[in-house]
Write a protein that binds this ligand. Sequence first.
Ligand code: MV4
Length: 444
Amino acid sequence: MIKKVLIANRGEIALRVIRSCNEMGIKTVAVYSTADKESLHVRFADEAVCIGPPVSKESYLNIPKIMAAAEITNSDAIHPGYGFLSENAEFSKICSESGIKFVGPDWKMIQKMGDKVTAKETMKEAGIPTVPGSDGLLNSIKEGKDLAKKIGYPVILKATAGGGGKGMRIVNSENEFENAWNSAKAESEASFSNSGLYLEKFIVEPRHIEIQVMGDQYGNVSHLSERDCSIQRRHQKLIEETPSPFVDDELRDRMGQAAVKACKFIKYEGAGTIEFLVDINKNFYFMEMNTRIQVEHGITEEVTDYDLIKEQIKVADGVKVSGKHYYPKLHSIECRVNAEDPSANFRPSPGKITALHKPGGHGVRVDSHIYSGYTIPPNYDSMIAKLIVSHQSREEAIVRMRRALKEFIIEGIETTIPFHIKIMNDKRFNEGNFTTNFMDTFKY
Ligand code: MV4
């Protein structure tokens, strides 16, 4: 039985995990860097252990320090949150070898899905649609050019170790191929110490639509419908919503069934997300699988009334998943509030919050670790709050989001709130007429 969980993370997600543990009667252990001494996750956990200096490599990414903290506090399990060590196969392996339950899939699963070529091959075997492209890694420029000619330009080169757009190049014609190849290879090597590239047909103006899944230790899998994450900037999501304005009941069932089939094929345990690219004709293609809880999980919780963190911990403890599927009963939208200045190219804006008013009222959820007087350290991700609103219809949810954004007062730093207000008033956003290219033409 899991009685004590160590949370190997910080900020809002650490707080989020603590909240579910509290409701489950599970004790919590926070770990923190010296920059986070005054953080709420430290205050609200039952115990807290300092694991090092502000720089992540020496604290939140330092596996020996975290394992030591788990040992001295007698923790039964570690929840990794998102980012940091959440998709680190080595960490998951060390946890299991130390008799500490990693809340998430085993290390082999993390490794398999972390290598994009292996993940794609596996999904192909499972019968999930994938984008036409190379069979595994490309061995030479010539092989790439020949294949691109066969498939037809534009094509896209991707890093097998990639994610987040690193090592990725769109190639519009053969004369661009060599330069794209060389820069993608160099970037992959520099970022991941792995220069392996593969090639795909480039899907023009796709939507990024992902399916939330939950699998158990016995092969049962439930899906919890989709999230539309098409509104991104430089591969950072800005706004997510569910249901997607582009997904009808028929497409939802097809994508949900594909995601479940994929998870059953790989015997997936825990919370996961299957990311799809969806083209204008409603064809969908497997893109990546995330083997962690994601930032945007909250909107799914709001529309399905399902606590994903509680279920993650239950599954880690050997509890079964029902195998039934969950469909949106409401419409939910999330705006990520970042400590960034949208009028200065989203430049980070850390510092002290001198005054704060969080919005409230019916259908408003704010997941955040900030408080009045809190100083945002410059060392970590700039997301400081997730503003989530829900309502019966998309139209009403947008109205509610505008209202909540206007109520949200954060003084002392710049935030992305004014930018979100602008999007909530944008014609194309309101029509649900957007793809991953939305930000290319959006003028703030
Ligand atoms: C694509 C694509 C179009 N066609 N693959 C971006 C990050 C990485 N996860 C994969 N990405 C893309 N892959 C094919 N075959 C377009 C993108 C893409 C994108 C995807 C989702 C959300 C935002 C994006 C922004 C630019 C490109």
